[in-house]
Design a protein around this ligand. Structure first.
Ligand code: ZN
Length: 417
């Protein structure tokens, strides 16, 4: 096993650990760990809500999820010799749930969860159709996920970090804050909000304290969106065997990682999210000096995905176009056409006995493929969502006999408040 450079004790909260991580982006959060180019090391990661979500049959914890505290990240990890303009090579050598035989109280100890946020606390991709808070528990066994809340479906995990990235420079951080504030200003009272400005409340900034903590907390960017540094990209294919090339904006690069997922569908459409869990990740790092200029990598990370995806080969696909449910034509709106494709798939699955929220949870957690199939045929973009047919233990394809009926079981817990 590689040396654990960022350890976490499962019995303690994120801020009580021997090395405290962070939940904001800022160049002045001190490096927690130093490694050398060529090093191989292990990092422990808390699940993104630091244990606030429990393995039970209530969604009240999702309803009241502490959004100001996310994402709890492990790092920053300083790589000796890294300078602005370099490319940081990160190899994911292994990644998995918390290694423990018995199931425990933390997501990652044999189980994980998928949630849907209420519209007034987070919202999500289909929040107009699903305005309440919901939660599904998934059990892990032999690398496969099943759920007491969503029967007749099981799939192999494609374990990956939802969030990994380098620290922004001071000027890049101010660019982020300015452009996101301009967007917020177009509709400052929108629910859910258009973007999340810096928020000192619940900020965790590694070893910083005192006046320096207050200054950094007031400027530091939230971790929800992906940006030029990588960040919360939620790319399900960043699994074991992946090599990622991150732009370096500060001395040492200051790599951070967290938000591990046992599995996820393309788009992480449920927002809370994939199958969320804590766990470990083994990394190897190296540098390409001056690589940002050499390879034209300034906009964002590039990567080579791993080859350990589950081998699903048969699919049932659903398409959608950029027309609203009210029949309004929109111009090449791929976000809308992907929503319509997903709603199409949800409608279809309800014909077999699933509730609509059970179907939504399957699309968020299972390894579905989302594609931009057409983006030029004015006025309609065409998006498609591919469901692997083998994840269902009953025939899912249309036949002349009509849909096989499943027993939907106890269903998906909804928040009571
Ligand atoms: Zn996540």
């Amino acid at each position: 096993m590689p040396e654990v450079v960022f350890p976490l004790d499962s019995t303690k909260s994120f801020t009580e650990q021997s090395i405290v991580g962070h939940n904001r982006w800022h160049p002045d959060i001190p490096a927690a760990v130093q490694v050398d180019p060529g090093d191989v090391f292990r990092v422990h990661c808390r699940e993104w809500f630091d244990g606030a979500i429990r393995n039970d049959d209530s969604a009240d914890d999702i309803l009241n999820a502490p959004l100001a505290s996310v994402h709890v990240l492990s790092g920053p990890i300083s790589v000796r010799g890294a300078q602005p303009g370099d490319l940081l090579i990160v190899d994911i050598l292994d990644v998995g749930p918390i290694p423990q035989e018995d199931s425990g109280p933390l997501a990652g100890q044999g189980w994980g969860y998928t949630g849907v946020f209420a519209t007034n606390n987070g919202g999500g991709f289909l929040t107009e159709q699903f305005p309440d808070a919901y939660k599904v528990i998934w059990d892990f066994r032999g690398g496969v996920a099943t759920s007491r809340h969503v029967p007749n479906v099981s799939f192999t995990g494609i374990v990956h970090p939802g969030l990994m990235g380098t620290a922004p420079s001071a000027s890049l951080l101010s660019t982020w804050n300015a452009r996101e504030q301009r967007l917020i200003d177009t509709d400052p009272n929108r629910v859910p909000p258009l973007a999340l400005p810096p928020l000192p409340d619940s900020a965790v900034l590694g070893s910083l304290d005192g006046a320096e903590f207050d200054r950094v907390a007031a400027e530091a960017a939230r971790t929800a969106p992906p940006r030029e540094n990588g960040g919360n990209q939620d790319i399900k294919n960043l699994t074991k065997g992946s090599r990622i090339f991150y732009p370096v904006f500060v001395d040492g690069a200051k790599l951070s990682v967290g938000d591990l997922h046992f599995s996820q569908g393309d788009g992480e459409i449920t927002f809370c999210g994939a199958i969320e869990m804590g766990g470990f990740i083994d990394l190897h790092v190296d540098l390409i000096k001056g690589g940002m200029q050499t390879y034209g990598v300034s906009e964002n990370a590039i990567f080579m995905p791993g080859r350990t995806d589950p081998q699903y080969s048969e699919w049932l696909a659903f398409s959608g176009t950029s027309v609203t449910l009210d029949g309004e034509q929109r111009y090449l709106d791929s976000h809308l056409s992907y929503q319509r494709a997903c709603l199409h798939a949800i409608d279809y699955l309800t014909k077999f006995g699933y509730s609509d929220i059970q179907a939504y949870m399957i699309l968020g957690a299972a390894p579905i493929e989302g594609r931009l199939s057409g983006v030029v045929d004015i006025p309609n973009s065409c998006s498609t969502v591919y469901l692997p047919t083998e994840i269902f233990d009953f025939p899912i394809r249309p036949t002349k006999d009509g849909p096989h009926q499943i027993n939907p079981g106890q269903g998906v817990p909804r928040a009571t408040a």
